[in-house]
Write a protein that binds this ligand. Structure first.
Ligand SMILES: Cc1cc2nc3c(=O)[nH]c(=O)nc-3n(C[C@H](O)[C@H](O)[C@H](O)COP(=O)(O)OP(=O)(O)OC[C@H]3O[C@@H](n4cnc5c(N)ncnc54)[C@H](O)[C@@H]3O)c2cc1C
Length: 398
């Protein structure tokens, strides 16, 4: 009997985890199923580009996983029963229940309206493809001279504001940030950011909290208003509510609490990776929602599952940060080098070279997903534990 591994979500972390498992485990021993709502892999890191009118390379998951031994199931996950070890899904063939011996939960995240009034009704978002396409369509209809206000001074906000300003120099682009522009960056990084924002004519409202979004404007916490024909909300991500509705231990924000091997602290047969997981990183700080931490976390989870099933040594995949890669339009960028726990150091790469670097990083991440076995022969080990029935996986843990 095969050990059933169910991977939920074929984003960066789920797809990488599924591919790594296929590479590590013998096909006859395991049935690996990858469930995803959409038939394509979505490069979330390029959603600002999609919104600004660029066309992205289609990446059908069926082609990516052909011949890997991973069975792809296009369906929406509607619930997880972590005690019965089942997952409810709805697909074109209706509702179904999938049973697992080991679960990898990688459903990612969506935008975070943060309970600010008017955001859901009036603001746009670029955390996923449907939102980015809606904004793209809105921007295409927007007349010259109108204002686009990006709310959020984090990485996504910086990338969105510069991308839109570069693609549509006829619009008035503005950014509202709770802190100073690029406050967390090195002096060189901050200076470059201001230079690029100046060159692109982006107005910056620093130390500004948006308290309400209305049609045509936002209202700040101080009672002032900023005109905005289009408001783009980029103040962080929120996880899907599915995990919170289970008996899995989750944080207040609904992320699944995991240990250093990405295994749920409450259910040993469940692993969580990517934005959906709360894992501690270097400096005992939670890992940032990013591909930068989701990808190594996925490798860590897959290798830990393989080790536990085959009786091998538990891996210790180093999860640390090296840089923050920020695109500033297509021709400019900023690579801010950081400490292992993500604090900026003095060194930063800027300008055209940084844009090329960032592009290579995005291409590399997509390549890693599209080549789940890295084009190399796998070193598949026989499964020695947890092959018989649901429940064995838990007993087989170290
Ligand atoms: C504009 C933008 C720019 C970014 N830039 C960077 C960057 O430069 N560097 C960086 O490290 N990070 C960046 N990020 C963050 C990064 O994209 C996310 O942290 C990353 O995608 C998380 O990976 P994940 O695998 O956890 O989730 P995702 O990539 O979101 O994948 C989740 C998958 O689950 C599927 N799914 C969701 N719900 C269901 C369901 N109910 N049923 C079935 N399937 C479902 C989705 O379709 C998706 O395929 C950026 C994000 C955005 C929006």
């Amino acid at each position: 009997m095969q050990h059933r591994i169910l991977v939920l979500g074929a984003g960066y972390s789920g797809a990488i985890a599924a591919g790594r498992l296929a590479r590590r485990l013998r096909r006859e021993d395991v049935a690996i199923t990858l469930v995803n709502a959409e038939p394509d892999f979505v490069e979330r890191v390029r959603m600002h580009q999609l919104a600004a009118g660029q066309d992205l390379t289609p990446r059908p998951l069926g082609e990516m996983f052909a011949g890997t031994g991973v069975e792809l199931r296009i369906a929406k996950v509607t619930g997880v029963d972590a005690d019965r070890r089942t997952v409810s899904v709805t697909g074109t063939d209706g509702a179904a229940e999938l049973a697992y011996d080991t679960l990898v939960y990688a459903l990612g995240s969506a935008w975070n309206a943060q309970g600010v009034p008017g955001v859901a009704e009036h603001a746009h978002e670029i955390a996923g493809r449907p939102g980015a396409l809606r904004l793209r369509e809105r921007l295409a209809r927007l007349a010259a001279g109108r204002t686009v206000l990006v709310v959020g001074g984090g990485l996504t906000g910086l990338e969105a504001a510069t991308e839109i300003a570069e693609a549509r120099p006829d619009l008035e682009v503005a950014l509202a940030a709770r802190d100073g522009l690029g406050d967390w960056l090195s002096p060189k990084g901050r200076e470059h950011l201001r230079k690029v924002f100046g060159r692109l004519g982006i107005t910056v409202h620093e130390h500004t909290d948006v308290a309400r979004v209305e049609a045509g404007r936002v209202v700040t916490a101080g009672g002032g208003t900023i005109p905005a024909a289009v408001t783009v909300w980029t103040t962080g991500f929120a996880v899907h509510p599915i995990a919170k509705a289970t008996t899995l231990e989750v944080t207040g924000t609904g992320q699944i609490a995991v240990d250093a091997t990405m295994r749920s602290v409450s259910h040993p047969d469940v692993y969580a990776v990517g934005d959906a997981a709360m894992a501690m990183g270097p400096g005992d700080k939670p890992l940032r929602m990013s591909c930068a931490s989701g990808a190594p976390a996925a490798l860590q989870a897959a290798d830990a599952i393989a080790a536990r099933l085959t009786g091998g040594k538990l891996p210790d995949v180093p999860i640390r940060y090296f840089n923050q890669c920020i695109s500033l339009g297509r021709g400019d960028g900023l690579i801010q080098y950081v400490t292992a726990d993500d604090r900026a150091v003095r060194a930063a790469l800027t300008g055209r070279l940084a844009a090329v670097y960032k592009e290579l990083v995005c291409k590399g991440a997509a390549w890693a997903v599209a080549n789940p076995t890295f084009g190399l022969p796998g070193r598949r080990r026989p499964v020695t534990r947890g092959r018989t029935a649901a429940g064995e996986a838990a007993k087989a843990t170290a």
